[in-house]
Design a protein around this ligand. Sequence first.
Ligand code: GLU
Length: 470
Amino acid sequence: MTEKVRVRFAPSPTGHLHIGGARTALFNYLYARHNNGVFILRIEDTDRTRSTDEYIEAILEGMRWIGLDWDEGPFRQTDRFDVYLSYVDTLLKEGKAYYCYCSAEELEERRKLAMALGRQPRYDGRCRELKGPVPGVVPSVRFSMPREGRTVVDDLIRGKVVFENTQLDDFIILRSDRTPTYNFTVVVDDVDMRITHVIRGDDHLNNTPKQIHIYKALGYETPKFAHLPMILGSDKARLSKRHGATSVMAYNEMGYLPDALVNYLVRLGWSYGDQEIFSREELIKYFSFENVGKAAAVFNPDKLLWLNSQYIINSSSEKLSEMVIPFLVKVKIIAEGQELDGAWLVRAINTLRERSRTLTELANSLGYYIADEVNYNEKAKEKFLNEKSRDLLVELKTCLEQITEFSQQGLEAAFKKITEKHGVKLGNLAQPVRVAVTGGTESPGIFEVLEIVGKEKTLKRLEKAIETIG
Ligand code: GLU
């Protein structure tokens, strides 16, 4: 029987969940679900000066929002110091690690010297040969690296990557303040948590040979590695805040759908023929490393926006009406807790879904359906609410006051009657009405709009437009 797949996402809580981290989490999640495996969440918070509880909460919130549910954890490395210390002891006892008494100043001096000589600064291993402790100095602990040969990382995405062992120095595994370092804790945890596949960003590829030697020293097999290509901005520089929003929750606030974001994230490096839109089930079914590219992926906000509009078009109006409520509150169209007629809202959304790329846009458009009064766009007002349209609007108002059936057909008939009488095109009446009712010149079809706004509000708005013209 093959071993059960166990993977982990191991963020450091020094910031919010960002696009890159979320994609790493997603690939781990998909690989686990595809293989009926286990997805573990581990918080790498050993850097106490930069890690905060708020960031841990923010990361969990981001993962929950995009629906990446984990099976075990969150485990925190700061709860596991005893474990790391006991492994350090084992390595010391077995002669695979040693105490180093070099001071920070000495190390810095040697580093500068190496740089001046054009050499790569590496620890020279001098404390390996020490016979006893140096009195009065609190030591750190270093790992004894092999000094010759090569280490091969056999990566599921990158293939075989070879490192010369002369390039790997005896790195510190325990600082003199007794805190363990990343390259050590990550291996101890992956061993303890029985991780079978380490899936992470390829900024960690260079750390992997060091980690492989720790596995060997502890007497464990190495897991499989998959290093994901970097994500770049449009200018081909590493994705950063300069390129716009990079935090996952910022997309929530802007009115993106979590499934659209997930769909976009997975396509940053993974492809499946020409297909662009995938359900969660399809992603789980199709995901494999064979279809992850080696080349860096470029983050394209326009593509994400396009995907989001597709997800809005394909969502049910019932679901959209639930999702849009907080946005209506945010853009101040309704008050917190204010109730809307559900069936009416669904009808209103049906007219707007194809024209809204985000929930924020949808909420703003719903504004003219819901608000008591509309504000005119200045240009639209000048162009359409003037002497030329005054009589048409007055007549339409009278006509609408009388119609009993305030439906699209009834409205169409009323408009026709007036435009025929005056010998003008539909647009000559529809545009002024659109400005009167929505405040601007763009909206769904005028009859649809009026039907949704309803008789009472339509008449009020026509009245106001006529008053405005004077
Ligand atoms: N804590 C590391 C990071 O946030 C992840 C290390 C790993 O996945 O091995 O970059």
